[in-house]
Design a binder for this molecule. Structure first.
Ligand SMILES: Nc1ncnc2c1ncn2[C@@H]1O[C@H](COP(=O)(O)OP(=O)(O)OP(=O)(O)O)[C@@H](O)[C@H]1O
Length: 277
């Protein structure tokens, strides 16, 4: 059995994969301005799996848009391996909740996975090889010639993951990726993502509303406050790997951590649990 030692919460800029410093984001101006994020800082290390949770509307998607270079923060900086992020960076890929809108229905799943690689220097044979390997990694090699609409929702999300893998990202951002699939498929996809983190040495930042999922997957859970979002607490998850959907969730450690995260979210940012225990 392999055991991964979880990363510690404190990390220097030197060994950071991702560094977020003093991010504030305000949508709009004047009387209608909305302060979504307030002075948010954290660091994520190489191969670390970090879950981000918080109340609805806390600014989690806004944060991922900033990290992926799609949105410039009002204040603060983001660095990926020491390089400032000021546009969509190389080495980063993203998976969204809505797989049905992210896949092109008129292309086979292999072509869907190959499609973004047309912007790279890889030739057609190389693109096909990468796509086949990525589909094999998510268990869909034998369906490469199918179309998205011929697959279940869980399988379509596997295709979206394969497409992200085709970039061979160092950092994978995932925004509530399993919110639209059934419970059993969700468990399978969670275990798939954990195995892919190991196989491809990726750092993963995973936004979710599901508290069990946030603890089960992560080396560390970041809890955000009600808007404007700031960091309420970073909770290390020192549960060994490999994790198991049934036995891990039965351990006292898991139950304690889940309770801690739930109380912090319910209190909306009061570290003492807001008296709602
Ligand atoms: N383009 C925009 N213009 C103005 N306000 C916006 C914009 N995008 C988001 N917001 C506001 O910023 C706040 C944070 O939104 P965001 O989608 O980042 O939150 P979230 O934590 O991802 O939400 P949820 O948990 O419901 O998915 C919300 O109040 C939202 O209405």
């Amino acid at each position: 059995m392999s055991v991964t030692v979880p990363m510690t919460a404190t990390r220097s800029a030197v060994d950071a994969m991702l560094q977020v410093e003093g991010i504030t984001h305000v949508y709009g101006q004047g009387a209608t301005a909305h302060r979504a994020i307030e002075n948010l800082s954290f660091t994520v290390g190489p191969r670390e799996f970090v879950s981000i949770v918080g109340p609805s509307g806390a600014g989690k998607t806004t944060l991922l848009r900033i990290l992926s270079g799609l949105l410039t923060p009002t204040e603060g900086t983001v660095s990926l391996v020491g390089e400032p992020v000021d546009g969509v960076p190389e080495g980063m890929a993203m998976v969204f909740q809505d797989y049905s809108r992210s896949l092109l229905p008129w292309l086979s799943i292999e072509k869907n996975v190959m499609f973004p690689l047309t912007r790279t220097e890889a030739g057609r044979d190389e693109r096909r090889r990468i796509a086949r390997e990525s589909l094999e990694a998510v268990g869909l090699a034998d369906r490469h010639d199918r179309y998205p609409w011929q697959l279940s929702g869980g399988m379509q999300q596997r295709v979206a993951i394969a497409r992200a893998l085709a970039y061979r990202p160092r950092l994978l951002l995932m925004d509530e990726p399993f919110a639209s699939v059934d419970a059993q498929t969700r468990s399978d996809l969670e275990d798939l993502v954990l195995s892919l983190r190991d196989r491809y040495d990726m750092t993963i930042l995973f936004v979710t509303h599901d508290i069990d999922e946030s603890v089960y997957l992560a080396d560390r859970v970041l809890v955000l406050s009600r808007p404007p979002a700031h960091l309420v607490e970073e909770i290390p998850v020192p549960i060994p790997h490999p994790r198991d959907q049934i036995t891990t969730k039965e351990t006292d450690e898991f139950v304690d951590l889940r309770g801690r995260v739930a109380r912090l979210i319910r209190s909306g940012g009061q570290p003492d649990g807001g008296g709602s225990r």
